[in-house]
Write a protein that binds this ligand. Structure first.
Ligand code: FUB
Length: 357
C-alpha cells in the first residue's frame, strides 16, 4: 500500500509536464523501492486513455479507447470515478509509428439518451460506414449499448437516438467472422451491472454471486445487417474448464469479469477477457462464435492499476496485444494505452505477457 502511494505521488509529479488534465503538484520524498521496468511505453501522454480496442482499417491501425478524465467524482466499488465524457480515436500507420490523436470523435452531450459514464468502446466497418459501439448509463442509471455512425474511421460519429434494443451492461466488442457475420460480445460484473441481468431481465436488487454459486456468464448477440440492432435475443456464453464444468464465483482468477474480445486464429475462436478483481487477461478457445469456450490460460499478468483491459489484432503478419496501465498517473482511473507483440506457440496456445516487473 505504502509502495503504491509512493508510486502515485511520483508519477503525478512527472505528469504535470505531459498532461494538462492533472495539475496537482507534489513534493513527495523519492523512495528507492519503486523502480519499475515497463515492457512498453504509453502510446500517447497528452491525454489519459484506456480500454484500447484496436482494428486495422485501410491499412492503418485505429485504436478506440476510453478517454479517462479527472472529474473529481469520488471513488467507489461501482466505478463512479470512471466518469468519462467523450472519445478520442488514435491511429498509426504501424506499431511503433507516430500516433495521431484525431480529437473528439463523440461527446456524451450529443448522445440523446445518455446519463453518465462513457465506458470502453469498440468499432466495426460495414456497409461503407464505420460504427462506434459504446456503453453508457441511461438517464435511469442503467448501462446500455449505443451505436454511432461515421464515414471515416476516426469520426466524428453521430449517435443513434436510442440505445440498441435488448442491449445492456458494458464493454461491447464486435467480431467479424470470415463469412461477414458480425457478433457483439459484452458484459461486465460489479459496476458493469451484469449480475443484475438474468434471462435478459433487469433486477436492480440482484447482487454479486456468492463464492459457491456459478459465476455470471458473458453475453453475445449477432448483429443485423444494418449494424444497429441484434438479430436474435442475447445469449450467455459458456466458459468451461478442461472437464467441461462452468466456473464458480470463487474461481475468480478464471471466471469472466469484463473486457470480452474475440478473434480467430488457425480456424479456432479465441474468447479473451479480464478477470477483474484478480486482474488477469485470460483466454478460452471454441469451435464457433457461440462457444462453449474452453479455458486455456493467462494472456496478460496484472498491470499497474486495478483494471486490465485489452484487444488483440494481426497487422502485417504479426499479432499485437493492446492494453493499458497507470504508468503516467499512478491513479487507477487515469490510465494510458500501450501495445506489445503477442506470440503463439505451434499448438495455438499463447505466450503469456508480463508487462511490468
Ligand atoms: O473504463 C471503464 C471500465 O474499466 C471498462 O469498461 C472496464 O473494462 C474497465 O477497464
Amino acid at each position: 500500500m505504502k509502495l503504491q502511494l509512493a508510486f502515485a505521488l511520483i508519477s503525478t509529479a512527472l505528469c504535470i509536464s505531459c498532461n494538462n488534465e492533472t495539475k496537482t503538484e507534489t513534493t513527495a520524498e523519492t523512495p528507492t523501492e519503486v523502480k519499475k521496468e515497463y515492457l512498453s511505453q504509453p502510446l500517447v501522454s497528452h491525454i489519459y486513455t484506456a480500454d484500447p480496442s484496436a482494428h486495422v482499417f485501410n491499412n492503418r491501425i485505429y485504436v478506440y479507447p476510453s478517454h479517462d478524465t479527472a472529474t473529481g467524482t469520488a471513488e467507489d466499488d461501482l466505478g463512479s470515478h470512471f466518469n468519462m465524457m467523450d472519445y478520442h480515436i488514435l491511429s498509426m500507420d504501424s506499431v511503433g509509428g507516430t500516433v495521431t490523436d484525431h480529437g473528439i470523435a463523440l461527446n456524451i452531450k450529443n448522445i440523446p439518451w445518455a446519463g453518465r459514464q462513457l465506458w470502453a468502446p469498440d468499432a466495426a466497418f460495414a456497409n461503407g460506414k464505420y460504427y462506434l459501439y459504446f456503453p453508457v448509463k441511461d438517464k435511469q442509471d442503467v448501462f446500455r449499448m449505443g451505436v454511432a455512425v461515421s464515414d471515416k474511421p476516426e469520426g466524428p460519429f453521430a449517435a443513434e437516438p436510442s440505445p440498441i434494443t435488448g442491449s445492456y451492461s458494458i464493454d461491447p466488442s464486435v467480431f467479424k467472422d470470415d463469412n461477414g457475420d458480425f457478433y457483439m460480445y459484452f458484459g461486465g460484473i460489479w459496476g458493469g451491472q451484469l449480475q443484475r441481468w438474468n434471462e435478459n431481465q433487469y433486477d436492480s436488487t440482484a447482487g454479486n454471486r456468492k463464492p459457491e454459486e456459478l459465476a455470471v456468464l458473458p453475453r453475445m448477440a449477432k448483429l443485423s445487417k444494418d449494424m444497429k440492432s441484434f438479430t436474435e435475443s442475447v445469449k450467455e456464453i459458456k466458459i468451461v474448464d478442461e472437464t467441461g464444468n462452468l466456473f464458480t464465483e470463487k474461481d475468480n482468477s478464471k471466471r469472466f469479469f469484463e473486457a470480452a474480445w474475440v478473434f480467430k486464429y488457425n480456424g479456432k475462436y479465441y474468447f479473451t477477457y479480464s478477470t477483474g478483481d484478480t486482474h488477469f487477461i485470460n483466454y478460452a478457445i471454441g469451435d464457433n462464435p457461440y462457444g462453449p469456450f474452453t479455458y486455456k490460460g493467462i494472456i496478460l499478468d496484472p498491470v499497474e492499476g486495478w483494471t486490465n483491459h485489452h484487444s488483440i489484432i494481426e497487422s502485417n503478419g504479426k499479432w499485437f496485444l493492446f492494453y493499458h496501465d497507470v504508468q503516467l498517473s499512478g491513479k487507477t482511473h487515469l490510465r494510458n494505452v500501450k501495445v506489445t507483440e503477442l506470440k503463439f506457440n505451434t499448438d495455438g496456445s499463447i505466450q503469456k505477457v508480463t508487462a511490468v516487473k
